[in-house]
Design a protein around this ligand. Structure first.
Ligand SMILES: *Cc1c(COP(=O)(O)O)cnc(C)c1O
Length: 440
């Protein structure tokens, strides 16, 4: 009796907070549950399967171990748990009550969202940047190099290196370096060195600048520069913000928390929605629930939303491809638009990527994850509605998930179906106001 009353109370506020001691203590690993074995990464030169050891020039040993681990769960070291607490985990789940009201949804169609926007740097990316910096530091690494597009990953890495007393060298796509000066300032405030890419600091950068003096850069070029700098410096490793198995693994704290929260509410989700660039925030929320589906314990649907102009999952090919334009990274078997694909300059910079995480690719191929596309105009309309009803400014990336959640709820209403939707609010858009300004 008491218990039901409690659930009701939470429902009124539409929000569930977990206590610090309810922070997940283990990551959820999807690898042993996948419907088919992952194809091995290939060496970029020989095109032969790559031995995990060959990745040691780039990544800390522990992360390579996680990349290929078949264990169902992997313990989160206590010190790393403390860092996750420090950035505000566990994060709340909220019910979008005012949005539901605006849409005139019947009481059996509900929309919940997970608040990754509450990270100090504004997105889910700090979940893995902290883990990557932590494991690197434990192995005596002093510096991390990386690339960043719009700057969300760069600022997450800058915070993580500051927390772990390390240095960071970040290559930011030249166009964003000019257009998004505040993210650069944020990185520098954390003590990171941030360079416009292509730069004169690397062979690959100099080569491109020689051909094209005013090159505005790309993620592919910035990756090449960061990789080159990691290889040539002592005690330096490279870090990556999406796609790899260990990145998605670190993000599963999102879904593990969400599962506990929905259980407290007495809710079972019918549909889980996330936006997809490389796939990490979607996987982070969905994988613990997909685990149940793969074990035959649930029939929840999983909807992955990508931009109409970058249709990796809906129009891409499932094939081996490079992660970067310069063909320096190992080849991964994944859905891809081709590593030479030039993504349209949409505002959702975090979704401008040609490839897709290999584990997510397998789940899409087997129909367990259903991909859909949304166009920029309808996405911004959804963002506007979300600001006006819920008071939160969503990242343009996350707004793809909001659009899908709204459309799905309205569909359920028309069909007279019951539905409980959960979507991932992967980040806030307070540093994207320039984009919103142009939209208005
Ligand atoms: C980077 C980013 C994304 C896309 O990356 P995924 O790896 O697909 O999650 C989505 N939302 C936000 C807010 C981001 O910063």
């Amino acid at each position: 009796m008491k218990k039901t009353k409690k659930i009701k109370e939470v429902n009124v506020f539409g929000r569930v907070d977990l206590k610090a001691e309810q922070l997940p203590k283990e990551y959820f690993n999807i690898l042993p549950l996948l419907p088919e074995k992952l194809a091995p990464p290939l060496d970029p030169r020989t095109k032969k399967p790559l031995k995990p050891k060959a990745l040691e020039v780039l990544f800390p040993k522990e992360l390579i171990k996680q990349e290929v681990s078949e264990k169902r769960s992997i313990r989160i070291p206590e010190e790393l748990q403390e860092q996750l607490l420090q950035i505000g985990r566990p994060r709340p789940i909220c019910r979008a009550k005012r949005l539901e009201k605006y849409l005139r949804l019947p009481s059996n169609v509900k929309i919940y969202f997970k608040r990754e926007d509450l990270s100090p740097v504004g997105s889910h990316k700090s979940n893995t940047s902290l883990a990557q910096a932590f494991y690197a530091k434990r192995e005596g690494i002093e510096k991390l190099t990386t690339e960043t597009g719009a700057g969300q990953w760069g600022s997450a890495v800058a915070m993580a290196t500051a927390f772990n007393d390390m240095q960071a060298e970040i290559y930011m796509v030249a166009l964003s370096y000019e257009q998004k000066p505040y993210r650069r300032t944020l990185m520098e405030l954390f003590g990171a060195q941030c360079y416009s890419s292509p730069s004169l600091r690397t062979k690959s950068g100099r080569k491109i600048l020689k051909q094209q003096r005013h090159c505005t850069g790309s993620l592919g070029i910035a990756i090449s520069e960061a990789v080159e700098r990691a290889v040539e410096q002592e005690n330096t490793k490279y870090c990556l913000g999406s796609v790899l198995n260990f990145v998605l693994l670190h993000q599963t704290v999102i879904g593990l928390e969400a599962k506990k929260q929905l259980m407290q509410l007495g809710e079972e989700p019918n549909e889980i929605i996330g936006c997809v660039g490389g796939g990490s925030n979607f996987a982070g929320l969905a994988y613990p629930f997909i685990g149940d589906r793969l074990k035959g314990k649930s029939d929840c649907r999983f909807i992955a939303v990508e931009p109409e102009t970058i249709p990796t999952m809906t129009k891409g090919k499932f094939t081996y491809d490079f992660g970067d334009t310069a063909e320096l990274t190992p080849l991964l078997k994944m859905y891809s638009l081709g590593h030479e694909f030039k993504p349209a300059p949409i505002y959702a910079g975090g979704l401008r990527y040609h490839g897709l995480a290999p584990t997510l690719s397998v789940l899409v191929k087997h129909g367990i994850v259903e991909p859909i596309t949304k166009n920029e105009k309808e996405v911004f309309e959804a963002a506007k509605l979300f600001v006006r009803t819920e008071g939160i400014t969503p990242a343009p990336e996350s707004s793809h998930a909001i659009r899908a959640a709204i459309d799905s709820a309205l569909k359920a209403k028309r069909a007279g179906e019951e539905k409980t939707i959960l979507f991932n609010l992967s980040g806030h858009g307070l540093l994207d106001l320039q984009a919103f300004k142009q939209f208005i």
